[in-house]
Design a binder for this molecule. Structure first.
Ligand SMILES: Cc1ncc(COP(=O)(O)O)c(C=O)c1O
Length: 429
């Protein structure tokens, strides 16, 4: 690689491994990975921000319990499910280690990890509006956010979002529950049933012929500068990021309750399906704050849409999309069909992501079927990505790491899949 006066002269695409450009499954070890303690102080976001996000979730627990009484006591969190030994071994392709599933595919309220960010950002916006309108009096329970005077305020405001489907649903459901007008801009690959359920909520769905990035850009442009509107920017929102990051504390508590230690000799590997990067980025960031170098976030992307891998490998001096390296961004994992990564996430996680693993669609379908028949997990293709990656990643680990390691596969959506969609996906496995 040639460098002149410290400037990078190699074209970014040349830095992308040949196998990635051929859409071959790849395990990419992040060469920029650095010691957590040296990276975190240089970032704009830190522990205090995540603690503030956790506190906001807690303030809103009475509201969530009021709006969704059947969904638990106001907490949006999922169980941590241990896999039995034989299945763990299959997931790790014969390697030693304990495997648990962080079951966000069955997350309360929306059945998808995107609720952690999307619901959180709607709540943050609602809180800001209510504060400015003088509705937040000392000691008043946040359950009042569902009262008519709050709803009347929210009804005068629009929340807009660009989405492949699941973020739109999370924002749409929460926004509509509070009385906001909601407009969801969706890409050509968004599933018809995801559009339909949004319309049933009373959200306006705007369909775009372009991809996810085009839908986001159109929505951003349409709502820029409007005082009565809030645009949830999947590519660039700190609130979304913090909503996801708060999940790390849930995992920390659940690991402790299960008696699972995490430390230098007991590494934690966490497999996170990655689309634009917000959800995996936020969770990985939160985990790094809590576990430092003992946690190894592994992002998982479809072979046709490895936008985060491409961006991190190319370097952050300029944006690079999967189209730039000859890939077509066509994948069965609709939630992961993003051509360009969030630069907010790429910059924040540049030195914290351990690896990115790319997986083909047939492996997603295969694991979707296996996890249904062997463990009763109802996943959508995107959510099966971690299973398709763990064995290949575990094969790169020294044997000595094996037995003491914990692998957490984050499943990210699927519980609300309509029966016919799920049956069709099962049939392809
Ligand atoms: C089911 C599912 N998993 C994972 C993701 C990835 O999240 P992000 O796009 O924030 O990387 C998405 C995004 O929509 C999704 O729908």
């Amino acid at each position: 690689m040639a460098a002149v006066d410290g400037m990078q002269t190699q074209p970014p695409c040349d830095r992308i491994p040949e196998a990635v450009r051929r859409a071959s499954p790849t395990v990419w070890m992040n060469p920029a990975l650095d010691a957590t303690a040296s990276v975190l102080p240089g970032l704009a976001t830190g522990r205090a921000d995540v603690d503030a996000a956790v506190a906001r979730w807690q303030r809103f627990a009475p509201l969530l319990a009021r709006l969704f009484p059947e969904e638990g006591a106001g907490r949006i969190d999922s169980p941590l499910v241990p896999l039995e030994e034989r299945l763990s071994r299959d997931v790790l392709d014969g390697a030693d280690g304990r495997v648990l599933v962080k079951a966000d595919h069955a997350l309360p309220v929306t059945g998808c990890i995107k609720a952690r960010g999307g619901v959180y950002e709607v709540l943050a916006y609602a809180e800001d509006l209510a504060a400015r309108a003088g509705l937040l009096t000392e000691g008043r329970s946040y359950a009042a956010f569902a009262d008519p005077e709050f709803r009347a305020l929210f009804a005068r405001h629009v929340i807009a979002v660009g989405s492949t489907g699941n973020l739109g649903f999370s924002v749409g459901l929460m926004g509509r529950s509070l009385g906001f007008a909601v407009e969801v801009h969706m890409s050509h690959d968004a599933k018809a049933w995801k559009k339909q359920r949004l319309r049933e909520l009373g959200a306006r769905v705007v369909e775009h012929r372009g991809d996810y990035g085009a839908a986001v850009a159109a929505a951003r442009g349409a709502f820029a500068g409007r005082a009565d509107a809030h645009f949830v920017d999947d590519e660039d929102s700190v609130d979304l990021f913090l909503g996801y990051a708060a999940a790390a504390l849930d995992l920390q508590r659940q690991l402790a309750e299960s008696g699972i230690a995490v430390g230098p000799a007991q590494p934690l590997f966490v497999y996170l399906p990655c689309g634009v990067g917000g959800a995996p980025g936020g969770v990985a960031f939160g985990l790094k704050l809590l576990f430092g170098d003992a946690v190894h976030p592994v992002f998982v992307e479809p072979v046709a849409s490895p936008c985060m891998l491409v961006q991190l490998a190319a370097g952050l001096e300029r944006t690079v999309s999967v189209y730039d390296v000859g890939l077509d961004n066509r994948t069965a994992a609709d939630g992961l069909a993003c051509a360009s990564a969030s630069m907010l996430v790429a910059r924040t996680l540049e030195k914290l992501v351990a690896a990115v693993v790319t997986v083909p669609d047939d492996a997603l379908y295969r694991w979707l079927r296996v996890m249904w028949t062997e463990a009763g997990l109802r996943l959508e293709p995107s959510a099966a990505a971690g299973f398709a990656a763990a064995g290949r990643f575990a094969a790169t680990l020294p044997a000595a790491v094996g037995a003491a390691a914990t692998h957490v596969i984050w499943t990210t959506g699927g519980a609300h899949l309509p029966a016919e969609e799920f049956e069709a996906a099962l049939a392809r496995g």
